[in-house]
Design a protein around this ligand. Structure first.
Ligand code: 6PG
Length: 251
């Protein structure tokens, strides 16, 4: 059963990062208590870095049972893991190298692979093994963190991308094409919508227009297609990004 999305507006990027870190800590405690582990898909881009840095430092660092955390990625660029554009590198530097999460529980997407389709299939197989899912079944992540692009993309689900129509595969290669779509690898909408909880982390005045387009005008941008079927959808937004929202959206 779909629950109504919640939109929480925080004073500034630092407060938003703090709220996001708190959400991760709470989701981890609940999942580990109930299921013995916490499965998390990390977002890429710049915004989440502040949240990851908070999770890597006291007090939040010491409130997560890292030995029972399994970290996945929502998407990856077509670059090696040490490249400045790598989502893995950003998460590794800000968080994964600073907390005692077992290396065997960090599942990197091989963005650097020559054969992107093979890398997508490889990650899909890794997800199936990690979640014990069979062909046609979807992994249910405890929490998926997502960012929001100014064009309404999220993960590597871009406007006009054929990957938006993917209903079976869990991971897809995003081929650079006419619509200025970059070469990427991404979790697909079925996986995002199978999650127990999805949290968008949005900060900065440059996101105000797309947030209005999404939440007020309800445009069918890729981020609007993220709607967990049996889970929670949470927007953590700073005041600058929320500037064009009316009272109705600030639920
Ligand atoms: C990526 C992300 C992408 C990101 C948005 C927002 O690989 O870049 O998956 O979806 O979340 O582009 O990026 P910023 O947080 O840098 O604005």
């Amino acid at each position: 059963m779909r629950s109504e999305p919640t939109v929480t507006i925080l004073d500034d990027p630092e407060a938003m990062a703090d709220a996001a870190a708190r959400l991760v800590v709470d989701a981890a405690a609940e999942a580990i208590t109930v299921r013995g582990r916490f499965t998390l898909a990390l977002a890429g881009g710049r915004t989440p870095a502040a949240t990851y840095a908070k999770l890597a430092a006291p007090p939040y660092r010491d409130q997560v049972d890292w030995a029972h955390v399994w970290a996945f990625f929502g998407d990856e660029r077509a670059v090696p893991p040490d490249h400045p554009e790598s989502n893995y590198r950003m998460a590794h530097e800000a968080l994964l190298s600073r907390v005692p999460i077992p290396r065997t529980q960090v599942w990197r997407i091989r963005g650097e692979a020559e054969d992107a389709e093979a890398a997508a299939a490889e990650y899909a197989k890794a997800l199936a093994e990690a979640f014990g899912t069979r062909r046609g079944e979807l992994p249910r992540l405890d929490l998926v963190l997502l960012g929001l692009g100014v064009d309404g993309h999220t993960a590597s689900l871009f406007p006009g991308s054929p990957v938006l129509r993917e209903v079976f595969r869990t991971v897809a290669a995003v081929h650079a094409g006419a619509a200025a779509i970059p070469q990427r690898l991404t979790l697909t909408l079925p996986v995002l919508n199978a999650a127990a909880r999805v949290a968008f982390l949005v900060a900065g005045a440059e996101k105000a227009k797309v947030l209005k387009t999404l939440l007020v005008e309800r445009a069918l941008l890729p981020a609007a297609l993220v709607s967990p079927e049996h889970g929670q959808l949470v927007w953590l937004v700073d005041r600058a990004a929320a500037a064009l929202l009316t009272a109705a959206e600030r639920r």
